[in-house]
Design a protein. Structure first.
Lengths: 298, 362
C-alpha cells in the first residue's frame, strides 16, 4: 500500500491549441465569415471608385482615387422614375412607415400576449388559434383582399394604410412571442399584484413591462428589419410619392436607360441596408444585457 | 386596524358550500369552514388535494363555481382581491424584481392612495417586526431566500388586515431556515393575533403551527380538528396514514368479545378509546406507540428485524410481522442485527380501529 508513487497527471488538463477539433471549428468560421464579408467588401470598394476605374474590372482592388461622389449622388441626385432627388425621399418615407408600424404593432401585440397569457378570458384559446392560423397563410393570398379593404376604408395609397397593413401582418408572430414570454413570468407575481390592488393596465405597465425589456428588444429587431426591408407591401399599397426606400432602391438599380452606374448602385444599396444593420449593432448589445439582467432575478 | 368591538369568538372567515370546477373536473366539492377571529388554520394535503385552490378562492384570485365566502361577516364572494381585507404570502415570494424592498412594501399602499407619512409609518413598523430595516433599499435579487420571504410577509403585514393567507411559504427554503421561519411565523401570529390560513403539504409545519388542521383529499375536507385530535383520533384510514412519519402500521383482523384477533393472536381492547362493534376491522398502531414486550408476551406478537435507522435521539426499526412490514420507533439505541426476533406490545389506548369497508374509525 505505501508503495504507490504519487506521480502522473496533476492540476488542470493541458489543452492543445491546434487540435483537429479547433482547426475544424475555426476553419469553418473563417470560411463562412469570408463568404459573407467579401461581397460587402466589394460593394464598399466599388462605391468609392469612379466609373472609369470600375471599368478596369479589378473589383477586389481598393480605389486608387477614393471619391464620395457616388454616395452623394445616391442620397440626393439619383433618378427614380419621375423625380431626381435620390434616396432621401425614400429614406424619410421608410422612417414614416417603420416608426409608427413598429410602435403600434408592438404595443398591440404585447397587450394581446399579456391578456392571453395572464387573463384567461372566455374564448381566449379560440382567439389565439385564429391568430395562429393567420401566421401560416402566405401573405400573397391576402394582397388583393387587402387592397379592397383599404379602398373601402379610403386608405388605399396612403401611408396610414401601409402602417395598418404592417401592423396587422405583424400581429400573429408578435402576439405569439409576447404570450409565450409573459407565460414564463411567475404566475404568483401576477397574483401578488392583484392582491396589492392593481388592475389589468396597472399590472401591464408597472409589473409586466419593466420585466420584459429583452422580449421588447427582440420584437423591435424583428419588426424594424421586417418592415424596413419590406418591398411587396410598399409597392402594392402606396403610390410613388410614398414609396419606401426599398422600392426606390429597386427603381435606381433597375434603370434601363443610360449608363449603369455601379458605384451609385452600390452606395444606394449600402445606404438602404444601414438602418437594419444599425439596429442589430445597437440592440444586439442591449439584448444581451437584457438577458443577463433577467438571469440574476433568481 | 383591528376592530376592538369584535368579540374574540366572532368568526373571521366563513366558507359556505364552496365548489369549484374546471370544466368537467370538480376540484372542490362542498367545502365548509368557520374560522374564529385569531385562529391559525392549516390546510394540509397532498398535491392535487385542493388546498391551494381553497386559498386562491378565499383571496379572490379564482372565481368560485358555487358557494359563499364571508370575511369578518361581510360577503366577499364577488369582491376583488384588494377589497377583501387580506394579505397573501406566496411560495415563490413573488416580489417585484424591479422594485426595492421598500418599493415592494409600498406598492399596495400607493395603489390604495394612502398618504405618504402613513405608508412610511407602516413600512417602519413592519420592517421592525420582521427585522428587515437594514435592507429596505436593496433589490430582491440581492437578498437570500429567507430575507425574501420576510419581505413577502412584510408586504402582507403593511396592508394592516385581519386575515393572512400563506401559500406554502416555506417550501422553497432549506431545512434549517424553514425551521427558523416556522418559529417566527408562530411568534408573529402570537404578537399580531390575526387570523391566519396557511397551506402546506408538510405535516410538521401543520402540527407545530396550527390551532386547527383541515386535512384535505380530492377537494373534500377529511377532518377539521386540532393537531392533537387528528394525531390521536384520525377519523379515517387516509388521515391515519397521512399524519405521522413513518406512517401508522395497519393490521387486518377481526373484533370479537372485546378482543382484536389476527393470525391466532388476541389483543385485549379494554383500554381502547371508543366502542368498536364486532366483525372484521383494521388495527392502526403508530410506530411510537409500539414497544418491546419485556414481560411475558400477552399476545405473543413476534416480529423479525429487517432494517434499523439510527437518528441519534431515537431509532426506527423496520420489522416483518406475519409477512407484513411493520415500523417501530424507540429511544433505545441498541443495534439489532437483521433477523433478530423481537416480541412487541401495543399501546391500545392510543391505537385506532377502522372499518375496512367504510374506512371510518370505530
Amino acid at each position: 500500500m505505501a508503495d504507490i508513487a504519487f506521480d502522473g497527471p496533476r492540476g488542470p488538463k493541458p489543452r492543445r491549441r491546434l487540435s483537429g477539433r479547433n482547426i475544424m471549428i475555426y476553419g469553418t468560421l473563417i470560411v463562412v465569415a469570408l463568404y459573407y464579408l467579401v461581397p460587402l467588401y466589394v460593394m464598399v470598394m466599388t462605391s468609392l471608385k469612379g466609373l472609369p476605374e470600375i471599368r478596369l474590372g479589378n473589383i477586389f482592388s481598393p480605389p486608387v482615387e477614393a471619391t464620395f461622389q457616388p454616395w452623394v449622388k445616391a442620397w440626393a441626385e439619383a433618378c427614380t422614375g419621375l423625380n431626381c432627388d435620390g434616396l432621401q425621399r425614400g429614406f424619410w418615407n421608410s422612417v414614416r412607415i417603420t416608426v409608427p408600424s413598429v410602435l403600434l404593432s408592438i404595443l398591440i401585440a404585447s397587450i394581446n400576449g399579456y391578456a392571453l397569457a395572464n387573463w384567461k378570458f372566455k374564448g381566449a384559446e379560440f382567439f389565439f388559434a385564429v391568430l395562429m392560423i393567420g401566421a401560416f397563410i402566405p401573405y400573397q393570398v391576402m394582397i388583393y383582399p387587402m387592397v379592397i379593404l383599404l379602398r373601402e376604408l379610403g386608405l388605399y395609397g396612403s401611408l396610414t394604410g401601409l402602417v395598418l397593413v404592417h401592423t396587422v401582418f405583424g400581429m400573429p408572430i408578435l402576439t405569439l412571442l409576447f404570450r409565450n414570454y409573459f407565460a414564463t413570468l411567475p404566475d404568483e407575481l401576477f397574483k401578488a399584484a392583484r392582491v396589492d390592488g392593481t388592475g389589468f393596465w396597472g399590472i401591464y405597465f408597472r409589473i409586466m413591462l419593466p420585466l420584459s425589456l429583452p422580449i421588447f428588444v427582440v420584437a423591435v429587431i424583428l419588426q424594424v428589419t421586417g418592415i424596413w426591408n419590406d418591398f411587396l407591401f410598399g409597392v402594392v399599397y402606396t403610390k410613388p410619392e410614398y414609396y419606401p426606400m426599398t422600392v426606390q432602391l429597386n427603381n435606381i438599380v433597375n434603370t434601363t436607360t443610360g449608363v449603369r452606374e455601379y458605384n451609385v448602385n452600390m452606395a444606394a444599396t449600402i445606404l438602404t441596408g444601414l438602418v437594419p444593420l444599425l439596429i442589430y449593432f445597437v440592440s444586439g448589445r442591449l439584448f444581451v444585457r437584457g438577458i443577463a439582467a433577467g438571469a440574476v432575478k433568481g | 386596524m383591528m376592530d376592538q368591538t369584535q368579540s374574540a369568538t366572532e368568526t373571521s372567515l366563513s366558507i359556505k358550500g364552496l365548489q369549484l370546477s374546471f370544466g368537467a373536473v370538480q376540484v372542490l366539492k362542498d367545502v365548509n369552514m368557520d374560522i374564529r377571529q385569531g385562529e391559525f388554520i392549516v390546510l394540509l394535503g397532498g398535491s392535487g388535494s385542493g388546498k391551494s385552490t381553497i386559498l386562491n378562492c378565499i383571496a379572490g384570485l379564482l372565481d368560485v363555481s358555487d358557494g359563499q365566502i364571508f370575511i369578518n361577516g361581510r360577503n366577499v364572494t364577488w369582491d376583488e382581491p384588494k377589497d377583501r381585507g387580506i394579505g397573501m404570502v406566496f411560495q415563490s415570494y413573488a416580489l417585484y424584481p424591479q422594485m426595492s424592498v421598500r418599493g415592494n412594501l409600498a406598492f399596495g399602499l400607493k395603489n390604495a392612495r394612502l398618504p405618504r407619512d402613513e405608508i412610511a409609518k407602516r413600512i417602519g413598523r413592519a420592517a421592525g417586526i420582521l427585522q428587515i430595516e437594514d435592507y429596505l433599499d436593496r433589490k430582491p435579487a440581492a437578498l437570500s431566500g429567507g430575507q425574501r420571504q420576510r419581505v413577502a410577509i412584510g408586504r402582507a403585514l403593511v396592508r394592516d388586515v385581519d386575515l393572512f393567507l400563506f401559500d406554502e411559504p416555506l417550501s422553497n427554503l432549506d431545512a434549517k431556515l424553514r425551521a427558523e421561519l416556522r418559529v417566527e411565523i408562530k411568534r408573529l401570529h402570537e404578537t399580531l393575533g390575526n387570523t391566519m390560513v396557511y397551506v402546506t403539504h408538510d405535516q410538521i409545519e401543520a402540527m407545530t403551527l396550527a390551532d386547527r388542521i383541515a386535512l384535505l383529499r380530492d377537494g373534500v375536507i377529511q377532518q377539521f380538528a386540532s393537531p392533537e385530535e387528528i394525531y390521536r383520533k384520525p377519523v379515517n384510514l387516509y388521515v391515519a396514514g397521512f399524519i405521522g412519519s413513518p406512517s401508522m402500521n395497519f393490521i387486518s383482523g377481526e373484533i370479537a368479545g372485546g378482543q382484536f384477533r389476527f393470525n391466532g393472536r388476541a389483543i385485549n381492547l379494554d383500554r381502547y378509546d371508543g366502542a368498536p362493534r364486532d366483525g372484521v376491522a383494521i388495527l392502526g398502531i403508530r410506530p411510537e406507540h409500539t414497544d418491546f414486550d419485556t414481560g411475558s408476551s400477552e399476545a405473543g406478537i413476534e416480529a423479525i428485524v429487517e432494517l434499523q435507522e439510527h437518528m441519534g435521539a431515537e431509532s426506527i426499526i423496520y420489522l416483518r410481522l406475519d409477512g407484513q412490514r411493520f415500523a417501530l420507533r424507540t429511544p433505545d439505541d441498541t443495534h439489532y442485527p437483521e433477523g433478530t426476533r423481537l416480541s412487541l406490545s401495543f399501546d391500545i389506548a392510543r391505537a385506532s380501529l377502522f372499518d375496512p369497508q367504510s374506512e371510518l374509525r370505530l
